[in-house]
Design a protein around this ligand. Structure first.
Ligand code: CA
Length: 377
């Protein structure tokens, strides 16, 4: 008879066990839900030892349209894909390091990651501009195919390895515009004595053609052009140029952007920081970088379509094509400069050969595919 009745304390034990089960279940569910529900990172999590936090420094003002949104989008994607296990804090230029301090900061490991452009590091690595864009080089489609399927990325990683850095292509503006001019360009003669803001190898070409290339930070460009300190400036393309308002102070908007035909940005990751990630998080970093690389190009194309229409129809901007003989002269100077630098620097020579060997074949195919189709439609 006794065996048929539960002891007096049994209901209490069952109630306690049930409570424990509910608490355990809630803890498990909340533990999984918490990271994606909060964007604040490790502070609100129950198990902070599972969360890795990285700092990412950039060369752009925080959330600068186009370029600056690349790292922001990357951080959001990584947090969501990793369910909050990898948090990337994005810092605009001059927050932790100056715009051109990105390479050294990531290389030394003082931060884990950066977003910038390889051609800024020309002083350290003469061949670096090939990983961004060079005058008369590849467009974005050709560049991406060189990177992912033509051995370009392996070469880039080999060259950055001594600096403790792993590079990833980090977005592309597509072919840029030639720039805003207050002087009409009708012949080679019109370049002589012209003062233009045009950085990098494009600037070297411009100077050799008789112009004066100057480098002025983006924030000062509008004033410099307005006050006549410079006669012309390149910037990016319709999307970014419309926002700055160059149409208010320049007479002509020239194309094409011979000097930056498909500039790629870069994500750089400190080697030890990357090695310390579990394999799935490494894959997430790689995948998010590749998604941003494509996404930025798509965004630039869409927004520039609209911005160009506005520049034309609302602001009646005079849009001109550079004369063929001017382009031909620039091309000759560019190729001469590459040959000279290749003779001086074995690493430059190696990347130059690799790049132009790929471009030679890409050009042949692009000729009868993209170009032929553009002309047709
Ligand atoms: Ca530019």
């Amino acid at each position: 008879m006794q065996a048929r009745y539960s002891p007096w304390w049994m209901p209490t034990v069952i109630a306690l066990l049930s409570l424990c089960c509910v608490a355990l279940f809630a803890a498990l569910v909340l533990d999984r839900a918490a990271p994606s529900a909060s964007s604040g990172g490790s502070a609100s999590r129950g198990a902070p030892q599972n969360v890795i936090t990285w700092d990412l420094v950039t060369s752009w003002p925080k959330k600068f349209p186009g370029l600056g949104l690349g790292p922001e989008n990357f951080a959001v994607m990584v947090e969501e894909m990793s369910e909050g296990r990898l948090i990337v804090n994005v810092h605009g230029a001059n927050t932790i390091v100056p715009p051109l301090g990105v390479f050294d900061a990531v290389s030394s490991g003082s931060v884990e990651m950066g977003h910038s452009a390889a051609y800024y590091w020309k002083g350290k690595i003469a061949a670096a501009p090939f990983f961004t864009s060079v005058p008369f080089g590849m467009n974005a489609l050709e560049y991406n195919s060189w990177m992912y399927y033509g051995g370009g990325l392996e070469l880039w990683r080999e060259i950055y390895a001594p600096y403790n850095l792993i590079p990833f292509p980090g977005g592309n503006t597509g072919v840029q515009m030639g720039g805003w001019f207050n002087v009409e360009i009708n012949s080679i003669e019109d370049i002589k004595g012209l003062k233009m803001r045009i950085p990098g190898l494009g600037g070297e070409v411009f100077t050799r053609a008789g112009g004066t290339a100057v480098n002025i930070p983006g924030a000062e460009l509008y004033n410099a052009l307005q006050t006549g300190v410079i006669d012309a400036t390149e910037w990016v393309g319709p999307y970014n140029d419309l926002a700055i308002g160059f149409y208010q102070i320049a007479d002509y908007y020239y194309y094409p952007g011979w000097h930056e035909p498909g500039p790629a940005l870069e994500f750089i990751v400190n080697q030890e920081a990357f090695d310390a990630l579990p394999e799935d998080l490494q894959k997430i970093v790689e995948t998010a970088a590749r998604a941003v690389n494509q996404d930025m190009l798509d965004e630039y194309q869409a927004r520039s379509n609209n911005a160009l229409t506005e520049l034309r129809e609302v602001y009646a901007v005079d849009i001109r094509r550079f004369p063929d003989d001017v382009m031909e002269m620039f091309r000759r100077h560019a190729l001469a400069i590459y040959e000279e630098q290749a003779a001086q620097d074995p690493l430059f020579n190696k990347v130059y050969k690799h790049y132009f060997d790929f471009l030679a074949r890409a050009r042949e195919y692009s000729e009868i595919s993209e170009k032929a189709y553009f002309e047709l439609r």
